[in-house]
Design a protein around this ligand. Structure first.
Ligand SMILES: NC(=O)c1ccc[n+]([C@@H]2O[C@H](COP(=O)([O-])OP(=O)(O)OC[C@H]3O[C@@H](n4cnc5c(N)ncnc54)[C@H](O)[C@@H]3O)[C@@H](O)[C@H]2O)c1
Length: 284
C-alpha cells in the first residue's frame, strides 16, 4: 500500500508496547486508527495522548480471544470510520507454562490470544478489506520465537502458527489485493513480561500468574530475557518499520539481526535431515 494517508487501520494490543508503537507510527503517517485492547485505562490514556497530536484515532475494548468481542470491535470500526484497509493482529501474551507446568487453561489462554485472535481477525476483517476494492494489508505479530522454538512451548506453538498462517495466506490473498506480512520481533522494550495482568477471569487461578518469566526455561534465562526486554528496542522504532513494511508489502518484518544465527542454525539442522537420507531410494 503506497499511500497510507487517509486509510484506516485496526490494531489489537494497541494500548501498550509494540501495538502502541504501530498505532503511533501509522497515525503519524495520516492513517486513521481504531485501537483495540483489553485494558481500559491504558487504552483511554493511549487514545487521548494520540488525539492530542491531532491524530484521527479511537479506542475499542475487546478481549480478542473471544470471537464475539472481536466481531463487535470490527463493527465499531466500520461504524466509526466507514472502511478498514489495514489489520494489525498484534495482541499477545507470554505464558502458558513450560513442560511439567503447563495446564489446559494456560494453553487455552495463550492459543486464544496469540493464535485464534489472528485467525478470527483475518476471517472477520478480510472480507471488510476486500469489500471496498482499494486493497489492504494484514500484519500479524509473531516473534523470533515463531522461527526458533526458544521459549515456553505454548508461546512457540502460537508464534509458529502465526508465521505459518501468514506465509500461506500471503499467496492466497495477493490476488484479492491484500498483502500479508508477519512481524518477528527480537527483544522489544514493552510490558510483555507482565502479561499475567491480562489473564481473563475465566482462567483465573488456573494459569501461572507469575508471568512470562516463569515459563521460560530457567530462572537464569528468564532473568536474562527480562533484562534484555527492559533494555530492548524502542517500540516506536518497530512501529516505524511496520509502517515501511506496509508501504513495501514486506513478507517478513525483522527488527534486528540478533537471532539471525539461531535461525541459520535451525535451517542448517533441517538441511541435515535431508542430507541424512539424500542417497537413499524411498520405498513406495
Ligand atoms: N516485547 C518483545 O520482546 C516481543 C518479542 C516478540 C514478540 N512480541 C509480541 O509482540 C506483541 C505485543 O506485545 P508487547 O511486547 O507489546 O507486550 P505488551 O504487554 O506491552 O502489550 C500487549 C498488549 O496486548 C494487550 N492484550 C493482552 N491480552 C489481550 C486480549 N485478550 N485482548 C486484547 N488485548 C490484549 C495488552 O493489554 C497490551 O496492551 C505480542 O504478540 C508479543 O507476543 C513481543
Amino acid at each position: 500500500m503506497k499511500d497510507l494517508a487517509g486509510k484506516t487501520a485496526f490494531v489489537t494490543g494497541a494500548a501498550s508496547g509494540i501495538g502502541l508503537g504501530i498505532a503511533t507510527a501509522l497515525a503519524q503517517a495520516g492513517v486513521k486508527v481504531m485501537m483495540c485492547d483489553i485494558e481500559k485505562d491504558a487504552l483511554d490514556k493511549a487514545t487521548s495522548d494520540l488525539k492530542q497530536t491531532n491524530a484521527d484515532v479511537d479506542g475499542v475494548i475487546a478481549d480478542v480471544s473471544l470471537k464475539d468481542e472481536l466481531q463487535a470491535a470490527a463493527d465499531a470500526t466500520i461504524e466509526r470510520f466507514g472502511k478498514v484497509h489495514i489489520l494489525v493482529n498484534n495482541a499477545g501474551v507470554g505464558g502458558g507454562g513450560s513442560y511439567g507446568q503447563w495446564t489446559d487453561a494456560g494453553w487455552n489462554w495463550t492459543l486464544g490470544v496469540n493464535l485464534m485472535s489472528v485467525i478470527w481477525g483475518i476471517e472477520i476483517f478480510g472480507p471488510l478489506i476486500e469489500a471496498h476494492g482499494e486493497g489492504g494489508q494484514i500484519v500479524s505479530t509473531a516473534s523470533i520465537a515463531g522461527l526458533v522454538a526458544a521459549v515456553a512451548p505454548p508461546y512457540n506453538v502460537t508464534k509458529y502458527g502465526v508465521v505459518a498462517l501468514s506465509e500461506g495466506l500471503r499467496v492466497e490473498l495477493a490476488p484479492r489485493g491484500i498483502g500479508v506480512s508477519v512481524l518477528c520481533p527480537g527483544f522489544i522494550r514493552t510490558r510483555i513480561m507482565e502479561s499475567a495482568r491480562n489473564v481473563p477471569d475465566r482462567f483465573a487461578g488456573a494459569v501461572d500468574t507469575t508471568g512470562a518469566a516463569a515459563d521460560l526455561e530457567s530462572s537464569e534465562f528468564a532473568a536474562a530475557a527480562a533484562e534484555a526486554i527492559a533494555h530492548g528496542i524502542d517500540p516506536l522504532y518497530v512501529g516505524e518499520l511496520v509502517r515501511e513494511a506496509i508501504e513495501g508489502d514486506w513478507p517478513y518484518i525483522m527488527t534486528d539481526t540478533e537471532f539471525e544465527p539461531a535461525v541459520d542454525a535451525r535451517f542448517a539442522a533441517i538441511k541435515e535431515g535431508f542430507d541424512r537420507i539424500r542417497d537413499r531410494k524411498p520405498r513406495h
